[in-house]
Each structure stands twice: as structure tokens, then as C-alpha cells.
Design a protein around this ligand. Sequence first.
Ligand code: ADP
Ligand code: MG
Length: 314
Amino acid sequence: MDLSKLGEFGLIDIISGRFQAPEGVTGIGDDCAIMPQASGRDTLVSTDMLVEGTHFLMDDISAFRLGWKSAAVNISDIAAMGGKPTATFLSLGLPKGLSAEWMEEFIDGYKAISDRFGCPLLGGDTTSSRDKLCISVTVLGEAPSGHTHRRCDAQVGDLICVTGTLGDSGGGLQVILQGKERGAAEEALIKRHYEPMPRVEEGLALSEAHAMMDISDGIGSDLRHILKASGVGAVVDLRLLPLSAELRDACARHGWDAYEIATGGGEDYELLFTIGPEKEKSLEVPHTVIGRITKEKGLRWEGSSKDYDGYKHF
Ligand code: ADP
Ligand code: MG
């Protein structure tokens, strides 16, 4: 059978079916693996790859932004567990034709965000690639033992919340792909797409959250991971989704469905979390309540009859 028929998650099931995580270790299925240490702290590990043509277009993204984004999307997976990033490793498959100046700019972008979070680059690997640029980053992080937020930690009655605004990155991608003219709103959306800001401080401060993850594929898809892992369902009110003025503006101008972009656009790298209603009241981290966790399985949208699904890689 062709792999595309299986889908990304069917493919991961083939891999995860062969391996059982050791006792006490969280393996495949969450934003990071969680490995308890004798020191009483948990080590967090995650890895993410960016491939030219699939994740970025060389003639649109600057080297600085590509370096930034490569580190940022990885650091975001540590934020997603409520951890602190401690180090990264960078592996590059380089096609012919890149210049030394391009490489310097790429590493400047990578370093800018690494410095922002005090997360040094400690190693990697470099090889040539026949055709496309491939960037693979591994990130390490840490958290006090038992303080991580897994996808399986949602409880019936929890409120569903997000940090920041949704769909900006997806809107930026549409501007790029559709070759739209770039006014101030469009440039702002593109910046969100190319220079995502991992919510590390927010993740650390959300100690009372239950389930948590970062939004990489859009809540339509990402929330379903929390629901499946926790064995629960959800109701989300589309009218509550936090949309930026820039996204509303661009959607009005280009005739786009803002809900579709906000639920399915992906790559916002905001945090999606669930929390008990009492605890939510006293949260200091800026956030928006968008729905609640239900005993009845499945994801139901209020505020529209349309089904909003999320991004599919395959
Ligand atoms: P994220 O979007 O948070 O980076 P993914 O959706 O990429 O997470 O991956 C889901 C889970 O599957 C993660 O726990 C990840 O480690 C695991 N995974 C993905 N691809 C592979 C692979 N090739 N081998 C082993 N585990 C994988
Ligand atoms: Mg993630």
C-alpha cells in the first residue's frame, strides 16, 4: 500500500507499534519524550525536520528567518510540555550552490532565538544533499519531575484555552502561496509564519494546566490529539477564537474564511491547554477560553455548520 494512503499518523503507528517505552518513560505520541533522571528532574527531548519545498520555499524565506524558524519550532515542543529548553543539535543536508554568506545569516537567525531562550547549540551533523536543503534539529529541555503536561492529561469539565492569536501564520502562508500583494497586515502575518515565538515563559507559568501542546498543525487537528490521548471529547465555539486584526483585515481583503485558517492553518506555535474552571479564573498568563472538554467523544464546533479539520502533511 502506498504510504500516502496511511497518513502521517498511520505511518507513525507502524513505527511506534514496534517499540515500547521503558517503565516511567513517555515515548512516541507527545510533543517530547520524557525521561526521568535520578536528580529528580525530567529530561525532555524532541526533534523536528524542515525540508525545502515542503516546509519552506528558498526564494521566499531569508536565511536569517529560516535559521530562526528551525530552532523556534523545536524549542516550541519543549514549551508545549511546560519545560525549559537547555540545548539544541543541528543537522544539515546542504545542496550545492549555497553561499558562505547565506550560511552566516542562517546561523545568525538560529543564534538569535537560541540566545533569547538561553538554549545553546551543542552539536550536529553536516552532509551534502543531492537537491533540497534539509534541516533537522533536536532539542533538549528539562522540567521538575512530574511537572510536564502531556496530551493525555485532559479531564472532563476542563476549559480549553489558547495563548495568543490563531491563524496568523496560516494567513501568512496563504499570502506567500497565492502571491498576494504585501501590505502592512500581510507583512505582519508573514512575520508570524517565518519568525514564530515559542511560548516558553507561558508554558512554564501554566503549572496548573492539565493537557498541553503547541499548535503546529492547527487546533482542528491538534486538539484531536489531546482528545484521543485523554479519551474525551470537546465543544469549541468558533466565535471565541482569538483572531488578530491583521488576519481579519487580510481575510476581508482576499475573501478568505478566517475560521478555516485559524483552525486549520497551523504553525502558530501558540499553546493549546486544558485547565479546571476554578484554576482558569486565577491564571496570569494571557489566554482565551475557546471551549470545554466533554465526556461525549468527538470534536464539535459551535458557531458554524462547517467541519473544520486541521492540516494534513500527506
Ligand atoms: P509535533 O508536531 O509536536 O512535532 P508530530 O506530530 O511531528 O509532533 O509527532 C507526533 C509524535 O510522533 C511525536 O511524539 C514524535 O516524536 C513521534 N514521531 C514522529 N515521527 C516519528 C518517527 N519517524 N519515528 C519515531 N517517532 C516519530
Ligand atoms: Mg508539538
